[in-house]
Design a protein around this ligand. Sequence first.
Ligand code: PBG
Length: 304
Amino acid sequence: MRETGLATSHLVYPLFIEAGLSGRQPIDAMPGQDRLGLDSLAAEAASLAGLNIPAVLLFGLPPFKDEMGSGAWARDGIVQEAVQRLKDARPGLLVVGDVCLCEYTSHGHCGIVRPDGSVDNDATLPLLAETAVSLAEAGCDIIAPSDMMDGRVATIRAALDASGHTETPILSYAAKFASAFYGPFREAAESTPAFGDRRGYQLDPANRRMALHEVIADLDEGADMVMVKPALPYLDVLREVRDAIEAPIAAYNVSGEYSMLMAAVRNGWLDEQRAIDEVLTSIRRAGADIIITYHAKQWAQAMA
Ligand code: PBG
């Protein structure tokens, strides 16, 4: 009688890869999650294979940051190098490359910043396109822009096609809300904006119709899959998007959702396995085909 299925095949596991790090470094704000050095990726790929987790989403901590975020599209950039190591260790691993500048810019914003501190949407687009092409060239199977600049899906699609990556799909972070739940991620990825916030380009949590509008705009621009993010505070949006479109939908069970649950578990207030299973099942029930979650390994281990 069970209506909703959950399997490891639905899960994508995010990895934080730090340049210059050897081994693994625990992330304080995300108990159980580590930053990984390039030298620990082969073991990580093997551990994910053992758990049948099919896919990873990569975030990089570069060796340097600048105004433009040039580490994002460097040929020897941290994510570019990581893809090769992962593919060498496990050729069948599906690698999703996150496209954004915030981990690479000195100011921590997702785009080029004007002298008055605002983000210049249109000037940012070519840099995102260059990043996307560089990640596809490095071997990423799916390109996932998370910056929320207007028009970036069309720009990235055109750049991928022009560089021969016509078969590389785009998973667009279409309905990405300006959320407090990204807090732990920003510690993990060192991407907290030095000034201001992301409300100029991410969605207002109060806006449901706007979210649908963004999803449809991204599909029109050529997105193959769309994302709703965060997941739990936006399950209504997820359901609404599911009912409105045919394309595959991903939901991102973000860092704050993870850390909140883990903090309660560590205090003995929640049963870890039951809570994780219920959270992931609810995201599937709301309509997600794909769940990006830091709980992926834990859940898969318990099911094995
Ligand atoms: C980069 C990006 C963020 C997340 C994924 N890509 C942070 C942000 O927008 O500040 C958040 C993921 C998480 O919280 O787990 N733009």
